[in-house]
Design a protein around this ligand. Structure first.
Ligand SMILES: NC(=O)c1ccc[n+]([C@@H]2O[C@H](COP(=O)([O-])OP(=O)(O)OC[C@H]3O[C@@H](n4cnc5c(N)ncnc54)[C@H](O)[C@@H]3O)[C@@H](O)[C@H]2O)c1
Length: 401
């Protein structure tokens, strides 16, 4: 079990503290400014603001990280925690000065936004109900267990007119942010190859834990390595076709997968390749790209990035850009109407690729993605904006717990 607890820092990367601003949207049902609270003022724009009221759904390891972040941010506060486990949910609620509910529906009236960090199979119903109640939604990846779930969730968010973010936090990592910037600046010329090898050894959780059941977790691809599809699509744009193989060690469930080999044909021309495993005797991970002019690759575990300006040239270390703060970005979307970099609409595109992986693995044939919208090319991918400037003063953690 300990190893399960250990990898989330790798997924999240580093987060900086965020700036202050608050919901200026007053909505019926879930959200709006709250009576009885003094409004803070933002120094630069003079806008009255109050912290966004957040409900955290799922008080496990990851939900705890979210709750601590949003409780500690001057821009938000955690007012409720939902978890059927009274011990976990109650303890986290106490630490945040929030109330505990055993059913997420019990918090929807009191919050402006929810953070969905429950087991994967719960995400669909929770996001649809939360959006239906007018709540902005930060939903952990994967958004459901297939593209049908993802489409239904995105449609609910669209209907409700609320903002959304998918927790594709690996893209936060400084090396990926830097690689994306270099690519946008043309440092690689035309992209030829985008690749990721992510081999892990993760102890199997107890058999009754949701993560051990691919019908609830989606297996390696949906539970962890969907992050790799996300960042590769962020850099290279949308995928046109997929060829993949998967292997499940000892599980015969539909779409069970412990090892992955994925080839991606990007609509803009690059080819992507991903190898993944969470049962590897030789854990390591590297990521990289190369193009007609240059290339870059991370060092093992992705702490550094090495760049060569042309084929055959020596590599040099690149000074990394700051990491990206996806949770601050979510606040920016809600409080400042910032353009989303990975909302549920984007999440649908990623989930369609995941579905194509499973279809190709099942049929042994390449799968061409059906699409109705225009293709997102690398230059159309929303560029992350840095979190908006912080207002003066911060809310100390001590004051909140
Ligand atoms: N983005 C990332 O880097 C990252 C990292 C780790 C986990 N995650 C995601 O976060 C989610 C939670 O993962 P975790 O590691 O915290 O799992 P976990 O097993 O530690 O915690 C899950 C929690 O959800 C609770 N729960 C179960 N059913 C629920 C329900 N109906 N409503 C509310 N709570 C319910 C459980 O009691 C438990 O406390 C998963 O979707 C996982 O994929 C994302």
């Amino acid at each position: 079990m300990t190893k399960w607890l250990g990898w989330s820092w790798v997924l999240w990367g580093r987060f900086g503290t965020s700036s202050v601003k608050v919901a200026d949207r007053v909505r019926a049902g879930c959200g709006g400014l709250h009576a009885g609270e003094p409004a803070a003022r933002i120094g630069d724009k003079g806008i009255d603001m109050q912290p966004l009221r957040i409900g955290v759904i799922g008080a496990g390891e990851n939900g705890t990280g979210h709750a601590e972040y949003f409780a500690d941010s001057p821009r938000s506060r955690v007012v409720a925690v939902a978890d059927p486990d009274a011990t976990r949910g109650g303890a986290l609620a106490d630490r945040c000065g929030a109330r505990w509910v055993d059913d997420f529906r019990g918090l929807l009236d009191d919050v402006d936004a929810v953070v969905v960090s429950s087991p994967n199979a719960q995400h669909r119903a929770q996001v649809i109900a939360s959006a239906g109640a007018g709540c902005h939604v930060y939903c952990e990846k994967p958004i459901g267990l297939d593209a049908g779930d993802a489409e239904a969730m995105a449609a609910a968010v669209r209907r409700a007119g609320v903002r959304s973010t998918v927790g594709f936090s690996v893209r936060n990592n400084a090396n990926i942010q830097t690689l994306h910037r270099l690519s946008r600046e043309g440092a690689f010329g035309e992209l030829i190859s985008v690749w990721s090898r992510r081999l892990m050894f993760v102890d199997r959780p107890d058999a009754d834990h949701w993560r051990a059941d691919p019908k609830q977790s989606g297996g390696l691809l949906l539970e962890i390595n969907i992050h790799e599809l996300d960042w590769m699509m962020m850099v290279a744009g949308e995928v046109r076709s997929v060829y993949a193989q998967t292997r499940a060690d000892d599980d015969t469930a539909h779409r069970a997968n412990d090892h992955l080999w994925i080839m991606l044909n990007f609509a803009a021309g690059a080819v992507g390749q991903h190898e993944g495993s969470w049962r590897s005797a030789t854990p390591n991970f590297f990521r990289g790209v190369h193009g007609t002019r240059g290339g870059a690759q991370t060092d093992e575990w992705g702490n550094g990035l090495h760049f060569a300006a042309a084929p055959g040239e020596d590599r040099s270390s690149v000074e990394l850009d700051p990491s990206f703060d996806l949770r601050a970005h979510f606040l920016d979307c809600v409080q400042h109407d910032a353009a989303p970099v990975c909302d549920l609409e984007w999440g649908v595109k990623v989930m369609r690729v995941a579905d194509a992986v499973f279809e190709s693995a099942r049929t042994g044939q390449p799968v061409t993605l059906r699409r109705t919208e225009p293709v997102v090319r690398p230059t159309d991918v929303p560029v992350p904006t840095r979190s908006l400037p912080a207002a003066a003063g911060t809310k100390s953690k001590a004051a909140r717990v």
